[in-house]
Design a protein around this ligand. Structure first.
Ligand code: ADP
Ligand code: MG
Length: 698
C-alpha cells in the first residue's frame, strides 16, 4: 500500500501539477487569476487546457466534463471525449482553452424557477479556476458555475462566489481603517462535519420508502434505540471500518482533507469531518464527499443514507458548518488577537456576525429549509428552528462590560474602553461545548449547526457571507466618515451589542422555556417549517440586501423561492404516494395473510376439539381487523388530501396544504401501521424492521 502523502491529491490538477506542467509565465498568470480573480486570455487558457489534457490522459482519462451544481442540490456532469478525427481515419486527443473556459449544456431540464424562457434552452458553464480540476473515474472534471443564456445564475456556486466577493470587499474596507494596508484579500473558510447512516444494501432494497425517498415512512420503535448512549464514539465495527478506510483513500486521492471519523449518537450513524478550507472549495469537496460516500458504500454492500431523518425516534443527520474569515496572510479575523488594537478589530468582526445573524435570522433559516430538515429542527436532537448565538461565558462578559461601561472582571480587572489602548487581552474560550446552539462561537470560528446532512453547504454560506458583508458595509460607511475613529468605533460596538444582544443565548437550546422566551420576550423568529419560512425570502429587506451586494438579482431570488418550495412539495408528495403504495400493496396484504393464518389455526383447533381455547387467535385477529380497517380509511384520506393540493393557486398555497393536510395525514397513517407491525408475526411483515436496519451492519 502506498503511503498517504504519495497518493494524496494524485487525481487533482493542483498547484504542484501546475508548477510542473506549465511554463513559468503561464503558471504565474494562472496563479494571479486564482488568487486575485484576474482575467485569463485565450492563449493562457489554451496552454492550461493542453497541460490539463496531457496530465489527465496520462492518468487514464478519456473524457472531460464541466462539473456544476444546479439547483437540484446535487452535481451535474455531461461527458465529452477528448477525441477529434484526423483526415487519415485516426483520432487525436484535443482540448482547447475555449472548451476549458466555457461549456454550453442544454439547460432545459434543470430547475430554473421560471428564469429560462423555454424557447432559449441554452445554459452556460464557466470555469471556476479557484477550485482545482480533478479526475473522477475516467473523466477530467472542471469545476464550473452555471448560468442561463440571459446570464442569470442557475446554480449554487455563482451566488456563493459572489457572496465571497461581497464579504471580501467590505472586510477589506474595515481592515484598511485599522491600518492593514498589505492585506490583498479576505476569504471565508469552512469545515463541514458530515453525518450519515450506513445500512445493509439487501435490506435497503426491500424497502420502497428508502429507495424512493431516502427515509423510512413506516417502522415501529425497536426494543433498543439510542437510549444506552453506547454508539457515540464507540468501537467502529469491522464492516464500517473497511468502508471508512476505502472512503478516506478515495477522498485523499481527490485532495479532500478527510480528517476525523467516528460513530455518532444513533445506531448505524457516523460522522466524517475534513480539515477546513476556502468556502467554495469546501463546497465542491462536500458535494464530492457525499457522492463518494454513496459510491464506496455500494462496493461494500452498504447504502449510505444522507437524508436528514431516515428513522423516526432516533437522531437524524445534520452538517455542522464551521465558518471563519481570514486574510491572505493567514490572520483569522475571528481570533482574539495579541494586542488591544487587534482585539478591537476582532470585536468589530464579531459584532458584524452577531448583527448579521440577528438581522437575517430568516435568511439563515431559509438557507437550511428542506422537507427533510423540518423533521430535525426543534425535535430535541438538533438546534431549534429559532436562530440564536452562543458566545460562551468569557466573551459574553466582555460584551456586557462594553455595553454597560462597567469593569470587566475576566483576565484583568479594568475598565472596558475600546479606546484601543486599554482593551485587555482575553483568552479564547475553547472549553465551552454548547451542543444545543444553532450558531456557536467556538474560539476562533462560528459553528452553524442547523444544516441538514443532505444540504449543499453553498446555501448557508451564501446567506452568511452576504449578511456579514452587509454589517461590515454599514460599519465601514460610518467609520470612513468618522472624525474620531476610536470613539466612533467604541460607540458603534456598544450600540451593536445593545441592539443585537437579543440574539445571544448561552443556555440550553433544546429547552421549551427557551423557545417561549425567544419568541415572546425577545421577538426572535420561529419558522417551524419550510412552508413557513420560505415566503420571507421575498421580504423587502432581504431582497434589498441581497441585490445591493450583487448576490442575486430580484429575478434570481424569485426563482429560488419557486424552486425551493416546489422541491418541498414534490418531496412530500412522493413520500405520501410511497406510503399509499406501501400500505395498499404491502402492509394490508401482509396483515391479511396473518389474519388468515390466525383464522385457519383457530378453525383447525376447533375442528380438532371444540374445547380447545383459541382466544389468542380470535383476539389478535379482531385487533388486526380493526387496525386494517383504519389503515384503509387513513390511506384513502391521504389520497384525497393529495388531490386537494391541485386546488392551490400557487406554490406558496400548495406548500401550506402540504404542511397542514398532507403531512398530518401521513403521520396518522403511519401510527396505525406501526401499531400493526408490533402485533404482526415478523415473518409476515413485508419489509425489514427498524431493529433489522439499525443493527444489521456488523
Ligand atoms: P469539534 O467541533 O467536533 O470539536 P473542531 O472544532 O476541532 O471539532 O473542528 C470541527 C471542524 O471545524 C473541522 O472541519 C475543522 O477543520 C473546522 N475548523 C477548525 N478551525 C476552523 C476555522 N478557523 N475556520 C473554519 N473551520 C475550522
Ligand atoms: Mg463541531
Amino acid at each position: 500500500m502506498n503511503k498517504i502523502p504519495d497518493y494524496f491529491g494524485s487525481m487533482v490538477f493542483d498547484d504542484r501539477v501546475m508548477r510542473a506542467t506549465l511554463s513559468t509565465e503561464v503558471y504565474q498568470i494562472l496563479k494571479k487569476t486564482i488568487d486575485e480573480g484576474a482575467q485569463l486570455d485565450l492563449t493562457v487558457a489554451n496552454a492550461v487546457a493542453d497541460a490539463m489534457k496531457n496530465w489527465a490522459i496520462a492518468k487514464g482519462a478519456t473524457h472531460y466534463t464541466h462539473w456544476f451544481q444546479p439547483l437540484t442540490g446535487i452535481t451535474a456532469e455531461k461527458h465529452d471525449s477528448f477525441i477529434s478525427p484526423s483526415p487519415d481515419g485516426s483520432v487525436i486527443m484535443e482540448f482547447s482553452g475555449k472548451e476549458l473556459i466555457k461549456g454550453e449544456p442544454d439547460a432545459s431540464s434543470f430547475p430554473s424557477g421560471g428564469l429560462r424562457a423555454t424557447f432559449e434552452a441554452r445554459g452556460y458553464t464557466t470555469w471556476d479556476p479557484t477550485s482545482y480540476a480533478f479526475i473522477k473515474g475516467k473523466t477530467l472534471c472542471i469545476p464550473t458555475a452555471f448560468c442561463s443564456y440571459g446570464g442569470e445564475a442557475l446554480d449554487k456556486k455563482t451566488p456563493l462566489l459572489r457572496s465571497m466577493e461581497a464579504l471580501n470587499k467590505q472586510a477589506l474596507r474595515i481592515l484598511r481603517l485599522f491600518g492593514n494596508d498589505h492585506v490583498k484579500y479576505v476569504r471565508t473558510s469552512v469545515g463541514p462535519e458530515q453525518e450519515y447512516f450506513l445500512i445493509d444494501k439487501k435490506m435497503y432494497d426491500q424497502r420502497s420508502d428508502l429507495r424512493f425517498t431516502g427515509r423510512t415512512l413506516f417502522g415501529a420503535k425497536p426494543p433498543k434505540g439510542q437510549e444506552m448512549d453506547d454508539h457515540y464514539f464507540g468501537v467502529i465495527k469491522p464492516r464500517v471500518a473497511a468502508y471508512m478506510e476505502e472512503l478516506n483513500e478515495e477522498l485523499w486521492k481527490l485532495g479532500i482533507l478527510a480528517k476525523t471519523e467516528h460513530n455518532e449518537v444513533a445506531p448505524a450513524q457516523h460522522e466524517l469531518a475534513p480539515i477546513y478550507t476556502t468556502t467554495n472549495i469546501a463546497t465542491d469537496h462536500n458535494q464530492l464527499t457525499m457522492e463518494i460516500m454513496q459510491k464506496v458504500a455500494a462496493k461494500h454492500g452498504l447504502v449510505c443514507l444522507l437524508h436528514e431523518k431516515p428513522f423516526a425516534g432516533v437522531n437524524g443527520s445534520g452538517k455542522h458548518n464551521n465558518w471563519s474569515m481570514a486574510t491572505d496572510n493567514g490572520v483569522n479575523l475571528l481570533s482574539p488577537g495579541e494586542t488591544p488594537y487587534e482585539n478591537a478589530q476582532f470585536l468589530l468582526f464579531l459584532c458584524a456576525v452577531i448583527q448579521a445573524v440577528d438581522d437575517y435570522q430568516d435568511l439563515l433559516r431559509i438557507a437550511v429549509a428542506t422537507a427533510g430538515n423540518d423533521h430535525r429542527l426543534g425535535a430535541n436532537e438538533a438546534p431549534p428552528a429559532v436562530v440564536s448565538i452562543f458566545l460562551g461565558d468569557e466573551l459574553n462578559a466582555v460584551l456586557e462590560a462594553i455595553e454597560n461601561d462597567t469593569p470587566y472582571c475576566g483576565v484583568a480587572k479594568m475598565q472596558m474602553k475600546l479606546g484601543v489602548d486599554v482593551l485587555p487581552k482575553f483568552n479564547r474560550d475553547t472549553t465551552d461545548r454548547n451542543r444545543t446552539s444553532p450558531f456557536a462561537f467556538t474560539g476562533n470560528k462560528f459553528e452553524f449547526r442547523m444544516l441538514g446532512s443532505s444540504n449543499s453547504i453553498a446555501c448557508a454560506n451564501i446567506m452568511l457571507n452576504s449578511a456579514v458583508a452587509e454589517s461590515l458595509k454599514n460599519y465601514a460607511d460610518k467609520l470612513e466618515k468618522a472624525t474620531n475613529f476610536e470613539s466612533t468605533l467604541h460607540e458603534m460596538i456598544r450600540q451593536t451589542i445593545k441592539e443585537h444582544k437579543k440574539i445571544i443565548f448561552n443556555g440550553n437550546g433544546y429547552d421549551d422555556a427557551w423557545i417561549k422566551e425567544a419568541v415572546e420576550k425577545r421577538g426572535l423568529l420561529n419558522y417551524r417549517t419550510t412552508a413557513d419560512c420560505l415566503p420571507h425570502l421575498l421580504d423587502d429587506k432581504n431582497i434589498a440586501m441581497l441585490t445591493a451586494h450583487g448576490i442575486f438579482s430580484e429575478a434570481e431570488i424569485h426563482s429560488r423561492y419557486e424552486i425551493t418550495l416546489e422541491n418541498y412539495c414534490k418531496t412530500v408528495v412522493i413520500e405520501a404516494n410511497t406510503m399509499v403504495d406501501m400500505a395498499k400493496t404491502e402492509i394490508m396484504p401482509a396483515i391479511e395473510d396473518y389474519i388468515l393464518a390466525l383464522a385457519q389455526t383457530a378453525v383447525a383447533k376447533k375442528t380438532l376439539d371444540a374445547a380447545i381455547p383459541c382466544s389468542y387467535e380470535s383476539n389478535l385477529l379482531k385487533k388486526l381487523s380493526v387496525l386494517i380497517e383504519q389503515i384503509n380509511i387513513k390511506t384513502d384520506a391521504l389520497q384525497e388530501a393529495l388531490i386537494t393540493r391541485h386546488t392551490a393557486e400557487n406554490i406558496g398555497a400548495e406548500a401550506m396544504i402540504i404542511r397542514d393536510a398532507i403531512l398530518i395525514k401521513m403521520s396518522e397513517l403511519r401510527v396505525i401501521c406501526d401499531e400493526a407491525e408490533t402485533i404482526t408475526a415478523k415473518k409476515y411483515w413485508p419489509f425489514p424492521t427498524y431493529g433489522d436496519l439499525l443493527f444489521g451492519v456488523k
